[in-house]
Design a protein around this ligand. Structure first.
Ligand code: IMP
Length: 177
């Protein structure tokens, strides 16, 4: 496999993430705002984004969902989404302003399931913030409310939290392989 090719440098990412944080703040911050990090891929984005949101009562929550299975040296959609880990109790979500923080909205299946789950727990509002939006790959009827970058077509992205077979998450930028 060829070396990852950088498409966004750290400085551009920092600037866009700060802008997204300002947009989220401008659209209103509930009390509390529960920022839900979809692990593992969104961890780096989440850490930067929450510090760009200006709110007095911003809480952290974590979920893990599995929708992809290994297929050769790339990951392909298994078409099924399972919640594997949920850090919060239903009471923490009931009546809360929820911000789902995802690394990439690809088919949209994962984020659609997470949104429906938070709504079923009685969230007052559920917004989606994605580092990357790949609208050409969409299967589920869902779109991020905020996206730092939109990617055309279906290149495979790594870095800044995103992996390929658990590699490349620590790359300091966004890359295509
Ligand atoms: P979905 O297809 O929108 O459900 O995406 C599910 C998950 O697949 C995302 O949260 C990512 O973790 C992973 N994924 C989708 N596209 C890529 C990619 O280009 N690079 C790395 N991970 C990806």
């Amino acid at each position: 496999m060829s070396e990852p090719r950088r498409i966004y440098a750290r400085e551009e990412i920092d600037e866009r993430v700060r802008e997204v944080g300002r947009e989220i703040t401008a659209d209103g911050i509930g009390a509390p705002l529960v920022a839900v990090c979809v692990i593992k891929g969104a961890v780096v984005f989440f850490a930067d984004l929450v510090r760009s949101i200006n709110g007095a009562d911003v809480r952290f929550a974590f979920v893990a969902a599995k929708s992809y299975k290994a297929d050769g040296n790339r990951m392909t959609s298994a078409g099924e989404v399972k919640l594997e880990y949920v850090s919060f109790s239903p009471e923490e979500i009931k009546g809360a302003d929820v911000l789902l923080v995802e690394d990439i909205v690809d088919t949209g299946r994962t984020i659609a399931v997470l949104k429906a789950y938070c709504e079923s727990l009685g969230a007052e509002r559920v917004r989606i913030a994605a580092l990357l939006d790949k609208p050409d790959c969409r299967v589920a009827d869902v779109a991020p409310d905020y996206a730092a970058f939109t990617i055309k077509g279906d290149p495979y992205i790594v870095g800044y939290g995103l992996d390929n077979m658990q590699k490349y998450r620590n790359l300091d930028g966004i890359f295509v392989i």
